[in-house]
Design a protein around this ligand. Sequence first.
Ligand SMILES: Cc1ncc(COP(=O)(O)O)c(C=O)c1O
Length: 397
Amino acid sequence: MKYFYPLLENTLSKDDLAAGINVIKSEQLTMSKKTKDFEFQFAKKIGAKYALMVNSGSSANLLATFAAGNPLRKNKFKIGDEVLIPSVCWPTSLWPLIQAGLKPKFIDVKKNTLNVDSDKLISSITNRTKVILLIHVLGNSTDIEKILKVAKRKKIIIIEDTCESLGSKFKKKNLGTFGDFGTYSFYFSHQITSGEGGMVVCNDKEDYNLLYSMRAHGWSRGVQNQKKIERKYKHLDPRFIFINSGFNLRPTDITAAIGHSQFKKLNKFIKIRNFNRNKIISALKNSKKWNNQFSFFQINENVKPSFFGFPVILNKKFLGKRNKYLKFLSKKGVESRPIISGNFLRQPAAKLYKLDNSKTKFPNADEIQNLGFFIGLHTQKIKEKILKRLVNALLTI
Ligand SMILES: Cc1ncc(COP(=O)(O)O)c(C=O)c1O
């Protein structure tokens, strides 16, 4: 299907690709200096002490979660502890928590911000709550300050899934740098891309060491105190000492070079996407056909957003008509998709693992599931002709 307004546009330019090609030509494909360079610049610009690149945003969540429960961590969760997570979440925000032995408790979101309802979240904290997985949705921020205050007092570990909000700031500080761990995705559709890729940031040296060795098999190779470890385990081959459990979540230097090249354009992308979003909203609202058919999401206070999509919630009177409408949009050349995965508890995978076994209702997540969708937000200024076509198509409901 050829869309005149696709969900994704290709943001990779010749220089991004050249950065990757140069790595291929150098024959040093596996993780090396290019990855280190990108990590260093990423941490510096984002304002975190440490950044560690991985092969996807999902891997970033996996690594952060398993580091948070690692035996070597002082403040760690135990198997069976409780984790709070918004009901509008991405599968791989959730599954690592379950895979690591945590019991998820789902919290409804706010309809107008799409983010977790912080009052509900805070009132759901119990003595068993050891982790909170926050998701900053589509460039917006959770009520990070308010949640952090309570979490710190109760020594609850915060993982900020910032896979949809790279470059968004709360009170001038980058999202992802507030909690114990922040995770980012560089998948094709996100704020920047390396094809596939992700990053974990943290501010604690011990956490960084955990992430570092767990990213690569639990190896001691390259960790900050490698020499000390080698002295301690003299009977072992110093090149092959495994100090922890682990995965292989390493990126390649190819994706690191491409990601780094894209990262340099992040501010430019943010500006244009913001410009396009304002253009689309005002064109819709100024159209003769505008009849409050949908609401746009509200940016939380003190947030300077960085978008990649344009989410809308259809007016309640269209309940039951969304799928037909989206099919129609698709025929007209406008591509769309659900907001994250809707209410994840309505997915077959959640049923398979009996995740929805409480009496809690999720009216807002359900509304987002039944009436929400999003369209793309591109990094080229939207042309008037395209804008007109888009508004015409969108308002045919
Ligand atoms: C909130 C959230 N977390 C995690 C991910 C996973 O990122 P990736 O696709 O890079 O694995 C996504 C993916 O889109 C996401 O939206």
